[in-house]
Write a protein that binds this ligand. Structure first.
Ligand code: FVH
Length: 287
């Protein structure tokens, strides 16, 4: 018999998770604040209360809108958690994760925090992965079951680490989308085809530039080798043109302004002959 699983939350993601468990033959109990959500989800047991849902399985996943909804939903079932594993797949901060881990420990539960690196349609497919942190013993025990929904990757015993990695990856993603949005706004100010520009120029260019990111990371970890081909003084001087051209074309440069300020600051603080990796430490406001 496969491990029984409870899924709290039947939004788009919770439904995809529950569907994957049912399809793989796991007895699956679900609960959602608003009854009647995910009417097409069959083969599950629908619990009337969150306490009933928690008591049905030794492995309980929660995937709700945000941290506040998790606190609100779990509180009435606190006494049901002893001896179970709580896996929180709700987007949150490292501080949220550490607090919920403490709460779970107080209830006698093992805790894993998870960052889902997939959209609902990817769940159960090869490209989906989930970052986990917290109880290593719980990860060892439940990793095979959790692999039903996505490739599980453990990133450390500190419960906050999955959220840290998740939010860092989302930061990279939103940086990429910000750049693409700005580029398309700029080209759309003239009669440039968005699809032709994107397919023939933007994606190949970003792909080529992405190949430089591992070198940036190596430089942060091991120090610079001295062949910086694109120094910051040059980049800062050229960046002004991005801002001016946007304004000239009637496009708001707001997404670019902070990067321009960071480059200018790096030059002011003596990093003009270094390359882009030199700005990373400038973002740290503590430590
Ligand atoms: N969908 C995605 O693309 C991303 C992929 C990466 C991971 N995220 C995170 O997953 C969490 C859930 O996202 P979702 O897509 O399932 O979100 P919704 O479809 O909007 O469903 C929200 C569920 O949360 C329930 N809920 C909201 N507030 C409360 C509350 N106070 N108490 C109990 N449940 C609450 C809501 O219930 P209802 O409105 O139907 O009653 C839905 O079940 C999220 O952290 C993403 O960042 C998804």
């Amino acid at each position: 018999m496969k491990t029984p699983v409870t899924v709290l939350g039947l939004g788009a993601m919770g439904t995809a998770l529950a569907q994957a468990f049912v399809s793989a033959g796991h007895p699956t109990t679900v609960w959602n604040r608003t009854p009647g959500r995910a009417p097409d989800l069959t083969g599950v047991t629908r619990a009337k209360t969150v306490a009933d849902a928690v008591s049905a399985s030794s492995l309980v996943l929660v995937c709700l809108l945000d941290d506040a909804s998790v606190q609100e939903a779990l509180a009435p079932a606190a006494t049901e958690f002893a001896g179970r594993t709580l896996v929180n797949l709700t987007n949150g901060t490292p501080a949220h994760a550490r607090r919920t881990a403490d709460w779970a420990t107080q209830q006698g539960a093992d805790y894993l925090d998870g960052g889902i690196m997939a959209v609902p349609a990817m769940i159960g497919g090869p490209a989906a992965f989930v970052l986990y942190s917290g109880s290593e013993a719980a990860f060892e025990k439940h990793g095979p079951t959790l692999s039903t929904v996505a490739r599980p990757q453990f990133v450390g015993a500190d419960p906050g680490l999955a959220a840290l990695h998740d939010l860092a990856l989302l930061s990279g993603m939103y940086g990429m989308f910000s750049g693409a949005i700005q580029a398309l706004a700029l080209t759309s100010s003239e009669k440039v085809s968005p699809t032709a520009f994107t397919e023939q120029l933007l994606v190949p260019w970003l792909t080529a530039m992405m190949a430089g990111i591992p070198a940036l990371a190596r430089e942060l970890e091991y120090g610079a080798d001295d062949a910086a081909g694109s120094n910051l003084a040059m980049q800062s001087a050229g960046f002004v043109n991005l801002l001016d051209a946007s304004r000239d074309q009637g496009v708001d440069p707001a997404l670019l302004v902070p990067m321009g300020e960071l480059l200018a600051r790096a030059v002011r603080e003596g990093h003009g002959d270094e390359d882009i990796a030199a700005v990373v430490p400038l973002l740290r406001t503590a430590g």
